[in-house]
Design a protein around this ligand. Structure first.
Ligand code: ATP
Ligand code: MG
Ligand code: MG
Ligand code: MG
Length: 564
């Protein structure tokens, strides 16, 4: 590839409306261009990186026995009525009408479509287990699309759906997907952590989120360094600025809670245990704090809300909550682990801190804090981190650590929920119709590109982990006198590198060295080899690795060694 024939369009200016470094650098490198809120064009450069991620995901999915297919983006309303999600999914569902007035949505996820496929295709238990996946564009009408492709409205997802006769088979595939995800993120060179979320009330189900660790992450995850303990408390929409949260000491004082059972709490409160209660909306004067809980945990949440004194609460139906928030009932629905607590607060970060303090004081352990769509004040994060870091964990193993993360993957044991709703059955060995068990497994392919930059950048730009780089090596020509021998030597080196299997690009744009090097660094190419008249004379090439502080003059053989 010759850069003179490629479309590279970089900029020195930091775009004013880009808050986080990945968004800034993707714009500066010219990887993406905004079309409208949450809608981005991937330039030729950006697409090269996106395709790298996609290829690793595809390889590992195939290796894990999943089989690729492709479903339509547009999905008919009727299908979504069958699962009740046409109403329940809320504001994130983009609804459209065709010329005959038939209603459709642009798929935010594909449980309905794949289950419809499965109910028509699968007849016998002998066909199972099966794990279908696709890599496809999704649309979610996010309340606040931001950070470029990190939280876009249209984005690329790998979504997989597995089908099983029984829960045991589901658990096996779930583990295989968990392992495949770990391989994917390791291969991509990312520092990540899987956060377990217990799904208790559903029984035997499990869910894990995979987080790329980065200080700019919207989620804060707390984990034990001695076990995979991580309770899942999500807090989102910390928007309004508020007074400073309580001091670190106060947080520390309440940071060693004990776990209480629902029965304990119910007795303490003198409340009957409301096992059937699905959700609780907690509405404050200025805003909205919402605890969405399921099953046994409903009572806990009422207690939390009362004790924190943050809010008045009232009961609300799921439909009301979805309507009010414009959220997807993914928060409420089967994807939400039953033992987790989701708090969506249209309130200040300070109020959320009080919530955490109050909750812990009441004997609960809020171990994971997902800040959702707004970054909390840095001091607040530090306070909570101080309160949490180094405490023993609740399961008696290891101490607690806190990190901020970007959710790049999510695996879930769905059980029979969708198969039941859509009547997806197979005949078992006795010839009886059995509702299939399902798992679903998502990866934010386009989000990974941004997340990787959050972990890998310096003052000069992006520092791609090699597997994600648009090219592995740039051959740069310095030729102020237009010497044909220099051009020929560079072209030859480029060809040799390509023939040897390197992804090499020739920078033959004729730019001044500073500008050329600036571009190559900004777009994060791991290796740079310079061909210049002086080098040609000395029989050397000037080599510099993207993370190196200085360049070295290498012989041709040494260049090969440096690239190996
Ligand atoms: P989030 O909590 O960030 O909103 P989610 O839990 O709603 O994500 P899932 O339904 O689990 O997302 O979808 C699978 C994956 O798709 C996520 O783990 C994430 O990596 C990616 N993803 C979800 N929403 C977006 C978005 N708006 N832009 C880019 N990627 C996204
Ligand atoms: Mg979401
Ligand atoms: Mg999430
Ligand atoms: Mg998720």
């Amino acid at each position: 590839m010759r850069l003179s024939r490629f479309h590279l369009n970089t900029s020195k200016e930091t775009p004013a409306d880009a808050e986080i470094v990945s968004h800034q650098l993707m714009l500066r490198a010219g990887m993406i261009r905004k079309l409208a809120a949450g809608l981005y064009t991937w330039s030729p450069l950006g697409l090269r990186v996106l395709r790298k991620v996609e290829a690793v995901v595809r390889e590992e999915m195939n290796r894990a026995g999943a089989i690729e297919m492709l479903m339509p983006s547009i999905q008919p309303r009727e299908l979504w009525e069958e699962t009740g999600r046409w109403q329940k999914f809320g504001g994130q569902l983009l609804k459209i009408r065709d010329r005959k007035d038939a209603e459709f949505c642009y798929g935010p996820t594909h449980e309905e479509v794949i289950t419809d496929f499965a109910r028509n295709e699968l007849r016998s238990y002998r066909q199972l287990p099966l794990n279908f996946y696709q890599i496809q564009t999704k649309f979610r009408d996010e309340i606040r699309p931001r950070f470029g492709v990190m939280r876009a409205r249209e984005f690329l997802m790998k979504d997989a759906y597995s089908f099983h006769l029984d829960a045991e088979s589901l658990a096996q595939t779930y583990q295989a997907m968990y392992d495949a995800y770990s391989r994917i993120f390791s291969r991509l060179g990312l520092k990540f952590r899987a956060v377990a979320a217990d799904t208790g009330a559903i029984g035997g189900s499990a869910s894990h989120e995979f987080h790329v660790l980065a200080d700019s992450g919207e989620d804060a995850i707390v984990f034990s360094d001695g076990s995979d303990y991580a309770a899942n408390v999500e807090m989102a929409e910390a928007v309004a600025p508020g007074p400073r949260p309580a001091a670190a000491e106060e947080l520390r004082e309440v940071a060693t809670p004990t776990q209480k059972t629902c029965e304990d709490v119910a007795a303490l409160l003198g409340l009957p245990l409301q096992r059937t209660l699905k959700s609780v909306a907690v509405v404050g004067e200025q805003g909205f704090v919402l605890a969405l809980v399921r099953g046994d945990h409903a009572v806990n949440e009422i207690k939390l809300a009362k004790l924190t004194g943050l809010v008045e609460f009232r009961m609300a139906t799921e439909a009301e909550i979805v309507e009010h928030l414009g959220c997807e009932p993914g928060f409420i629905g089967p994807r939400q682990p039953a033992k987790s607590i989701t708090v969506i607060a249209d309130r200040s970060a300070a109020a959320l801190a009080d919530f955490v303090i109050g909750a812990n004081r009441a004997g609960f352990h809020l171990a994971g804090v997902n800040w959702g769509r707004d970054l909390p004040e840095p001091d607040l994060v530090a306070d909570i981190r101080n309160a949490v870091e180094g405490d023993p964990s609740p399961d008696g193993k290891g101490t607690l650590r806190m990190a901020r993360g970007i959710e790049v993957g999510h695996v879930f044991q769905l059980g029979s929920k969708y198969a039941e709703a859509l009547g997806a059955t197979v005949l078992d060995a006795e010839g009886k119709a059995r509702v299939m068990q399902m798992g679903c497994y998502g990866i934010g392919v386009s989000r990974i590109v941004a997340a990787a930059i959050e972990q890998n950048f310096d003052a000069n730009g992006i520092v791609w982990p090699a597997p994600m780089a648009p090219w592995q090596v740039a051959v740069c020509i310095i030729n102020p006198k237009d010497d044909p021998a220099v051009v020929a030597a560079a072209a030859q080196l480029h060809e040799e590198l390509v023939a040897a299997g390197h992804e090499a690009v020739l920078d033959d744009r004729g730019l001044r060295p500073g500008v050329m090097f600036g571009d190559i660094e900004l777009i994060g190419i791991p290796h740079r080899v310079v061909v210049s008249p002086r080098g040609l004379e000395a029989g050397t090439f000037e080599y510099r690795g993207r993370r190196d502080s200085e360049s070295r003059n290498l012989t041709r053989a040494e260049v090969d060694a440096a690239l190996a």
